[in-house]
Design a protein around this ligand. Sequence first.
Ligand SMILES: Cc1ncc(COP(=O)(O)O)c(C=O)c1O
Length: 303
Amino acid sequence: MIYAKKLIGKTHFDRIFYSNSGAEANEGAIKLAVKYTGKSEIISTVDSFHGRTVMTLAATGHEHYHEPFKCILPKGFINVPYNDIDAIKEAVTENTAAIIVEPVQGEGGVNIPDKDYLKQIEELCHEKDIVFIVDEVQTGFGRCGTLFAHELFDVKPDIMTMAKGIGGGVPMGGILATEKIASAFVPGDHGTTFGGGPLVCAAANAVLDVFDEDNILDNVNEVGEYFVSELKKLDKDIIAEVRGVGLMVGIELTKPGGEYVDKLREAGFLINCTAGNVLRLVPPLTITKQDIDEFVKALDESL
Ligand SMILES: Cc1ncc(COP(=O)(O)O)c(C=O)c1O
């Protein structure tokens, strides 16, 4: 089956646009929301990450990333605290085009919102005719135990952006949208030379086949739960909290985490540190419990 039909068939969306990266997908999603509503304000969240192009940088809620480029960032982006529906309500104006959120914040430190946060955003968007965009560049394609993480929160966003896992390593991204919203774009409004080429679509097609044939989501849920429970057994004062959903796991430390990233790299494990003190663990979705045991042992030693 052609890729677009196969992917759309697994979601509530109607149309797809292929990009080459996550940032490009978010650029297109924001353009679409602006075209659909004829409005110009976008609400995003503090500690979010949406990309490094000029517009997605403005949506990204990190002062640190903004600082050197402040002079060229477009107006109209409002960052509000994450997981705070009242803050969003206060920020909404007559001119709000869209609200963009990550279902679970990645770069912000693996922040998992309250169960009803996304539902409340969805309701607000319906009430005020605002476009609800989920950025699933990091959380999509099984990372959180469902094909897309918004499914965990029982919402149907108007637009979803994707990248990272979509092509299993080939550079690809995409925007999914409902017919109602997507129809605001007419030919020429948006496009890209390489998006949706045969090579990347073949790779993405194979990725979806592997999901079905190898029960990848079952592995993510089973091993993810094991991972978090093993990490929680580590009795270390330096660990403030372990949190995770599927195979997106964060270990919040009581001090900066950079030195542990280096130590673990020397021991053969690639991890990173986000938000200064959160070790972020986003292993391959095919990881085994035995791999986890080896990692936890190395982590224990390095801490
Ligand atoms: C949630 C989220 N959105 C967007 C991006 C940007 O994606 P890309 O690096 O493919 O442009 C990232 C990258 O880390 C991300 O985590």
